[in-house]
Design a protein around this ligand. Structure first.
Ligand code: FPP
Length: 228
């Protein structure tokens, strides 16, 4: 969800105002993805590297978790969305941890779109924590297969993304879902995240629909059910 800072700067406002607008955009995108039959939507809200940002921006983002959960959790829960959080929760405050725990608990029985929020997350962190788990369980080198590692990744409950979207005009992956995007289709948009709307989602889905997916084999067709 890139481009919040630039969106705010263009309006001569603090970066955190862009993040707040980004939160509203996220809710819009969830609604529209649900309408379009997307089953899994995974978003990158705070990376392991985002701690390097100025203190007021980091605390603004943490506060936005509390504000966002208070404002939107009821709505998401009532429309059947299941919220899941992945990332290292040990480093966030007790309040933020409680908000995430509540989001998961209040939506645990929901069977609609699965919204995963990656928070204090990094793709490399995820691979390392999965390998550590496997080692702690005593797996032998022969037992450490792709399947065994996949089963221990923090997104083991979700299919690998069909479609990977990056907004804000940057053409890089930035340590996001490194393991899971092996066969994802990429869509890069110049749109700044707070402006990402229904039309942009449809544009990304249309781009996806035009791709030939071969997974190293022969051509298959289908619609994107998992977006990151
Ligand atoms: C990257 O844009 C965006 C972030 C680091 C924060 C993303 C957070 C939200 C969209 C709000 C939703 C929050 C939660 C907790 C669900 P940037 O700041 O790097 O933008 P820039 O490249 O224009 O500076």
């Amino acid at each position: 969800m890139d481009g919040n800072g630039r969106w705010a700067k263009k309006r001569f406002m603090p970066r955190v105002v862009g993040h707040k607008a980004g939160m509203d955009a996220l809710i819009r995108v969830v609604d529209h993805c649900q309408k379009r039959g997307v089953e899994y939507l995974t978003v990158y809200a705070f990376s392991s590297e985002n701690w390097k940002r100025p203190e007021d921006e980091v605390s603004g983002l943490m506060n936005l978790v509390l504000v966002g959960v208070a404002k939107y959790l009821g709505k998401l829960a009532s429309q059947g969305v299941r919220v899941r959080i992945v990332g290292d929760r040990s480093a966030v405050s007790e309040k933020v941890r409680a908000a995430w725990n509540q989001s998961e608990a209040d939506t645990a029985a929901n069977t609609g779109l699965v919204l995963t929020v990656c928070f204090n997350y990094g793709g490399r962190w995820d691979i390392v924590q999965a390998a550590r788990r496997a080692m702690a369980e005593g797996l032998s080198p022969e037992q450490l297969t792709e399947e065994a590692l996949s089963a221990r990744m923090s997104l083991a409950y979700a299919p690998d993304p069909d479609l990977f979207i990056r907004t804000g005009g940057e053409l890089r992956v930035s340590n996001y879902l490194l393991w899971q995007i092996a066969y994802a289709e990429f869509h890069f948009s110049d749109c700044l995240w707070p402006d990402f709307d229904e039309r942009e989602v449809d544009r990304a889905l249309a781009a996806y629909a035009g791709r030939d997916r071969r997974f190293g084999g022969v051509k298959t067709t289908g619609s994107a059910s998992s977006i990151a």
